[in-house]
Design a protein around this ligand. Structure first.
Ligand SMILES: [Zn+2]
Length: 266
């Protein structure tokens, strides 16, 4: 039994893909009953919360599990813009919770096996009382403007001829504004000002929280670190290179920049 008598949606993860009912239009996360009736063995689920009046539960199934007929296991990138936004947001949460559950098994203070906390989303150690919460790794992502141009860079991690905005993880004890200044300075050697919050995006591969900012150039000329960044340039909105697809907040930042300058190059 996964839910009480209320109807609920079940988020079933196999490896890093989630079960989607492809027989509906648009495709949807299955309701309780549809997936279970098709022979999936669901146990030890997490209650994710409720959405649109439906309770949502997340379950992991083994790698060998076959897709029920009319359903498919798909990754989050493929589901962006396909699933209803509310279901997509809950799918992101399902990934984050189940990835944490899989990788957080033992107490980091004493090494004993952890058990789930009875009330909150956490695990606790019976041996020493330590409580471990889901890990979230904050990273900033920044669009820097200079006059009518935006700074885009090629990362050594990119496999194709793709340019994006700069990003980097926060370090312990570091304010986000400082992460913005430090990352930009380290990667391309310039100073920024007018740092403004733009928005955020959780990205559960495995546990990132992307926190986006805009900023203005203040001083310095581009000098790439040749480690994380291999090339960086200033681009106008009318002359952009290949940029990330619409699933990421990197693209939302660049789209904001394009929209801002749309009138100028029409
Ligand atoms: Zn312990």
């Amino acid at each position: 039994m996964t839910c009480d008598s209320n109807p609920c949606r079940i988020f079933v993860l196999r490896d890093q893909k989630i079960l989607v009912d492809m027989s509906t239009q648009p495709p949807a996360i299955p309701m309780q009953g549809t997936a279970e009736d098709m022979g999936l063995c669901l146990a030890d689920g997490y209650h994710l919360g409720s959405r649109d009046g439906l309770d949502c539960h997340a379950f992991s199934v083994p790698s060998r599990t076959d897709s029920p007929r009319g359903m498919d296991f798909l990754g989050l990138r493929k589901l962006f813009g396909v699933l209803d936004p509310g279901q997509y947001a809950m799918a992101v949460r399902a990934f984050a919770v189940l990835n944490w559950d899989r990788t957080c098994q033992f107490c980091s203070a004493c090494g004993s096996r952890l058990k789930r906390h009875a009330v909150i989303l956490a695990k606790e150690c019976d041996a020493c009382g330590f409580i471990m919460f889901p890990r979230i790794s904050p990273a900033v992502i920044v669009l820097v403007e200079r006059d009518d141009k935006a700074l885009l860079a090629r990362s050594s991690r990119f496999t194709e001829n793709l340019y994006s905005v700069l990003a980097g993880f926060a370090e312990p004890g570091e304010a986000l504004e400082n992460v913005v200044r430090r990352e930009i300075r380290e990667e391309v050697g310039i100073e920024v000002k007018d740092i403004r919050y733009f928005g955020s995006q959780p990205w559960p591969y495995p546990d990132s929280l992307m926190i986006a900012f805009t900023a203005s150039w203040a001083a310095g000329e581009i000098a790439v670190d040749n480690d994380e960044i291999t090339e960086a340039r200033w681009f106008t909105a009318a002359d952009l290179p290949k940029i990330p697809d619409k699933v990421s907040i990197a693209r939302w930042l660049i789209d904001w920049f394009i929209e801002k300058h749309r009138k100028e190059y029409k």
